[in-house]
Design a protein around this ligand. Structure first.
Ligand SMILES: CC(C)(COP(=O)(O)OP(=O)(O)OC[C@H]1O[C@@H](n2cnc3c(N)ncnc32)[C@H](O)[C@@H]1OP(=O)(O)O)[C@@H](O)C(=O)NCCC(=O)NCCS
Length: 286
């Protein structure tokens, strides 16, 4: 049985290797395109290091009998929201209860926080773990493909965001999802993501044309912001819009209008909160 212990800085590189192996194997088992959703190894290490800094109490590894890292979990707490950012076990060690032990450790962090969010992968093991842990299952789809630029409408009023917009972004996040992104927004901006703002009505944080997360006050603003993200696509870029549930029909409409394909995705798992309708979540940061 693997031993679960708190993550340290020395675990970042082996934890990233475990995650990449588990995640890549899982995606290829379900015929998911490897290029969509996969980041560079260095970006994954930065993500793990960032959360180890902000949420050391939510960062755990599992090691085997030889002391080798074979699993990881990272949860974050922002205001009144708990999010599971990473849960992975090396394929050689799956189905032996290590995922459950890691999830239990991550759930122990921020135990007092009622609202919870997990963007579940396609792995049926993951869905089983989260439902068994009491999370509510919301089926979802992801869209991907190349954007048909002939269909791009004007998205008037969407402008690049500035640091002056961060308070607005935080307030909107708190009202829709119980927590601001705080240090995660700062982290993503330093690694090249861009903030787009529709004055007083919404924002989108995008990596190229992919919305990482976005929120709006009204559906028209949400649509305009998603279009503004997709407009950043070059003709051969494969773009993904992730985790749209039945509550985010507006996003599926935009994705279809842009020429993307809808595919089944892992469910959006919630605890003590509804799926926020005018919000698209990030797998990493909720
Ligand atoms: C999801 C993951 C972390 C679980 O780790 P694990 O160590 O395999 O998990 P556990 O052994 O604790 O639990 C696996 C459960 O799935 C069950 N299971 C195994 N194969 C299954 C299948 N094909 N369908 C449904 N359930 C399955 C097991 O029986 C076990 O349930 P039980 O404990 O109630 O019997 C791991 O499989 C993984 O890294 N997957 C790839 C990365 C990923 O998708 N991570 C989730 C991100 S949201």
């Amino acid at each position: 049985m693997a031993r679960v212990r708190p993550m340290t800085g020395d675990d970042v590189a082996p934890a990233q290797e475990v995650w990449d192996e588990a995640f890549t194997t899982m995606r290829s088992s379900y015929g998911l395109p490897a290029a969509v959703g996969a980041g560079s190894a260095e970006r994954t290490r930065q993500r793990i290091r960032h959360l180890l800094t902000t949420d050391a109490g939510g960062s755990w590894v599992a090691e085997d009998d030889d002391g080798k890292v074979m699993g990881l979990a990272q949860a974050l707490v922002r205001d009144d929201l708990w999010v599971l950012s990473l849960l992975g076990v090396a394929t050689r060690g799956q189905d032996r209860g290590t995922g459950k032990a890691l999830l239990d450790a991550a759930l122990g962090y921020g135990r007092e926080v009622a609202n919870g969010l997990i963007l579940c992968s396609r792995d049926p093991r993951a869905a089983r773990r989260y439902v068994r842990a009491g999370f509510h299952l919301n089926p979802s789809v992801s869209a991907w493909g190349t954007v048909d630029r002939r269909r791009l409408p004007a998205a008037p009023g969407v402008r690049p965001g500035t640091p002056d917009d961060h308070d607005f972004v935080a307030e909107l996040d708190r009202s829709l999802r119980h927590g601001a992104h705080g240090p995660d927004l700062d982290h993503l901006l330093t690694e090249g993501c861009r903030l787009w703002v529709l004055e007083g009505r919404g924002y989108a944080l995008a990596r190229g044309a992919k919305p990482v997360f976005m929120a709006a006050e009204d559906e028209e603003a949400a649509r305009d912001l998603l279009w503004a993200c997709l407009a950043q696509a070059r003709s051969d870029d494969v773009v993904e819009v992730s985790w749209m549930t039945a509550h985010q029909q507006w996003a599926a409409d935009v994705a279809l209008d842009a020429g993307l394909e809808l595919h089944p995705a892992g469910p959006v798992m919630t605890r003590d909160m509804p799926v926020p309708c005018l919000y698209l979540p990030s797998g990493a940061y909720g």
